[in-house]
Design a binder for this molecule. Structure first.
Ligand code: NDP
Ligand code: 2IT
Length: 450
């Protein structure tokens, strides 16, 4: 049977919009990914016949739950918890937990959907999932964070397991939160299942280099992409949005490769430091003291602070690394960056550029390292943490970092080759989607209609 592929794809997209009303971020990723898969469907009409698209856009399971907790003043608070178990074709569901007031089902679904392809690209046996809560960790005491995490896990524990679903961190969830979550899981289950969560502390099964992995991985990928196009990081001006886990270690590794990181931000404003951002100072302010980035300008001579969320993209740079959150760069910021002659974009955050912005960059010949590929180093190292937990041993920092580097180089190769094979040479956005999709689609075909 002959199919009109564009029509098939449009129909699936329209159905998703009707059935998932108001979930704008989810619609956005569905449009981006499904259109990019058209050349694959031309070659593989069997995927259309077996309704792979209709199946892959529907999560296998979606869990929403009440998270009641008591604040330090004795007030009862109620948040909403989520876990979307999107696709387990190639392995147990795997993906982070996000704690941020903006979290809703549509955001968790966009993240869970992207995670399917990202996890496939790592070459490791992990399916796609994501979770979180609209809980706002800002300004909460350690005890409040602990009580919230305990309550969250008191429901979540029944849905996860080392062979079922393995959460980790994301925005607002780091080693502190994973520690409280793990403690509660262990207490309820009465079982030391180390591989049920990743991003754990180093004293109880965490992997060396997991903390650094996402940011380092972004730079390994960008470096590979630049080298392939006869460029390098050496001497480049780099601007990084965010000053959290991903941003900090991307900045550190970029500097190690000889780049000059001149600006970073948080959700309130940004700092410019023409002498190069002092990473140790950022770590002290953000990781240790949990303060605002404004502090940086108070402590570092020659640096300047500016209020505002997106102003950072007006700072001239060769390489822009959005490492904060989704839709950080829309068409306005994209135009500004292109006017300032940006050479490459490395997406450290998930979906940090709108679809329109990405198209604009590609049209203008800007190199784009897409999130599903460029930030896959975090989850890949999470999978390495699971391996170490299963073997009951731990690798050295250098061993993990070497494996991470190898994985990022392979992801670049796979994205490049898929782009070429399917007629989009140099378009790593399409290449990554296709390479990630093929493994999952083939697996879904071989496992029957489930
Ligand atoms: P963190 O919570 O450690 O840091 C988030 C940073 O982004 C903070 O500096 C935060 O500022 C800033 N930010 C600015 N605007 C927003 C906003 N509207 N909502 C949330 N944060 C904002 O998170 P991560 O560094 O772990 O995550 C950053 C991005 O990378 C996310 O898109 C995440 O999904 C993605 N990612 C993370 C991985 C990981 O291993 N952690 C792996 C792969 C992708 P402020 O403090 O003011 O809120
Ligand atoms: O978006 C992501 O890939 C993450 N937040 C990391 C997920 C993980 O399981 O390590």
């Amino acid at each position: 049977m002959e199919y009109n592929v564009a029509e098939v794809v449009n129909k699936v997209i329209e159905d998703v919009k009707v059935r998932n009303k108001g979930e704008s971020e989810f619609h956005q990723t569905i449009e981006e990914v499904l259109h990019s898969l058209e050349p694959v469907l031309e070659k593989h009409p069997e995927y259309i016949k077996e309704s792979i698209l209709e199946r892959i856009v529907e999560p296998e399971r979606q869990i929403m739950f009440r998270v009641p907790w008591v604040d330090d003043n004795g007030n009862v608070k109620v948040n909403r918890g989520f876990r979307v178990q999107f696709n387990s074709a190639i392995g147990p569901y795997k993906g982070g937990l996000r704690f941020h007031p903006s979290v809703n089902l549509g955001i968790i679904k966009f993240l869970g959907f992207e995670q399917i392809f990202k996890n496939s690209l790592t070459g490791l046996p992990i399916g796609g999932g994501k979770g979180g809560s609209d809980f706002d960790p800002k300004g909460k005491s350690d005890r409040e964070i602990m009580r919230f995490c305990q309550s969250f896990m008191t429901e979540l524990y029944r849905h996860i397991g080392q062979h079922t679903d393995v959460p980790a961190g994301d925005i607002g969830v780091g080693a502190r939160e994973i520690g409280y979550l793990f403690g509660q899981y262990k207490k309820i289950r009465n079982s030391y299942d180390a591989a049920v969560l990743t991003g754990k502390g180093l004293t109880y099964g965490g992997s060396l280099a997991r903390k650094e992995a996402t940011g380092f991985g972004v730079i390994y990928f960008v470096n590979e992409m630049l080298n392939y196009h006869k460029h390098s990081l050496e001497g480049k001006r780099v601007v990084i949005s965010g000053s959290g886990n991903v941003a900090i270690y991307a900045a550190q590794k970029a500097q190690e490769f000889g780049a000059n990181v001149v600006a970073m931000c948080d959700s309130a404003g940004y700092v410019i430091d023409e002498n190069g951002i002092d990473i140790e100072l950022i770590k002290q302010i953000k990781e240790v003291e949990r303060k605002r980035i404004r502090e940086y300008a108070n402590r570092k001579d020659g640096s300047q602070y500016f209020e505002g969320q997106k102003g950072i993209w007006s700072v001239k740079c060769d390489i822009a690394l959005p490492c904060a959150t989704q839709n950080d760069i829309s068409i306005e910021e994209a135009k500004l960056l292109v006017e300032n002659n940006v050479l490459a974009i490395g997406e450290g955050a998930n979906m940090p550029c709108t679809n329109e912005a990405v198209e604009y960059f590609l049209e203008k010949g800007v190199l784009v390292a897409p999130a599903k590929a460029a930030n896959a180093g975090g989850v890949a190292t999470s999978a390495l943490e699971m391996s170490q937990n299963s073997m009951r041993l731990s690798w050295t920092f250098e061993e993990v970092d070497e494996k991470l580097k190898g994985i990022m180089i392979n992801i670049f190769e796979a994205s490049k080759n898929a782009a070429e094979e399917y007629g989009h040479k140099g378009n790593y956005v399409v290449g990554a989607n296709i390479a990630g999709f093929l493994k999952v689609a083939e697996t879904m075909m071989s496992q029957g209609i489930i």
